[in-house]
Ligand binder design. Sequence first.
Ligand code: SF4
Ligand code: SF4
Length: 383
Amino acid sequence: MDDIEVVVSKCDDYDLNNIEKSMDEVLELTHALDEIKPNMNVVIKANLVAPMAPDKAGTTHPNLLYALCKRLIEKGANVTVGDSPGGPYNKGYLNQVYKTTGLTKLEELGVKLNQNFDEITIKNPEGVKCKEFPMTAYLKDADYIIDFCKLKSHGMMALSCAVKNFFGIIPGTIKPEFHFLYPDYADFANMLIDLNEYIKPKLSIVDGIIAMEGNGPTAGIPKKVGLLLASKNQYKLDYICSHIIGLSMENVPTIEESYKRGFIPKDVHEIKCNFNIDDLIVKDFDTRKTHKSLWFTDEKTIAGRIAKKLLSSKPNVNKDECIGCEKCKNVCPASAITMVNKIPHIDRKKCIKCYCCQEFCPKGAMKVKRTMFAKMLQKKKEK
Ligand code: SF4
Ligand code: SF4
């Protein structure tokens, strides 16, 4: 068992007893607790994308965090849990997020919910795409960082899992600027990998018990997958998670780029797991596949540009669900949205397809719509 790279534990629900059993199993098989020493500062980077209740499946479940923190505190660690969601990065907003996501119950264990909202500038000369970035300061003094993400379908990047979780180290309102700086999916993926390589989490855990399918990362639908997964290699962990929900390497830019950087093998079956990963596949998981390999590589050619137009998903507002709050307009890094009669209107020429409007819409009214051509192509590939 010692050569296992990705550990999987089956867990049907968020009942604390079941969760503690699964958490103990993954901690034992990854040997993670062996490295925790008394007074060590352990920081858990959760996924707290928005103030969402745990049953919406958009955020790391509080019972899982509870089970993990309990074990860390038993080992004598000082534990902090944090994230920078979309939206303002300040005490008022974060305390609302902690409360809604159910994290305040962690305080009874002695866990600190991060209250340091400073930002620092990180020089990252080794980064491939991202050589300098602003970072949430609470991560700086950590002795041991745990990446605890949620398994979700993602409108822009296809998969929100361990690697994408570190976009949350960029302070809240700066995130849209990063979409503008890295409009190409491969560049955006490499930026995310650069953040991961800077942080180098010691352990990554995926809450895949109830995942999110469809219009993720905030407006999708809860979907039972029934798995808790962990690894010391977040790239291999993501590759296995993508396989389980029916995404291939070419559908997920972070996976394709991590392969190009030599972090994962081409064949997902070469990753050593304590289960036969094909037995874990959820066949009817509703994903949002990108067709990156078809259009980003050829973008300089006319054929590539036509393919991009035909395949590229677009944000579209559902007028019946829209409440006219203007959050999409305010978050749009390309200033592509204007409000017309309290309904957002998107200037397609300006839109860089970052899907921030979809991610931050509080009502799920902004949908990512795939083109007919992309749907036809997917069906053909699935036959
Ligand atoms: S954020 Fe959503 S609800 Fe608010 S204006 Fe935009 S589409 Fe409508
Ligand atoms: S309209 Fe939406 S997808 Fe397009 S640039 Fe603005 S936020 Fe991004």
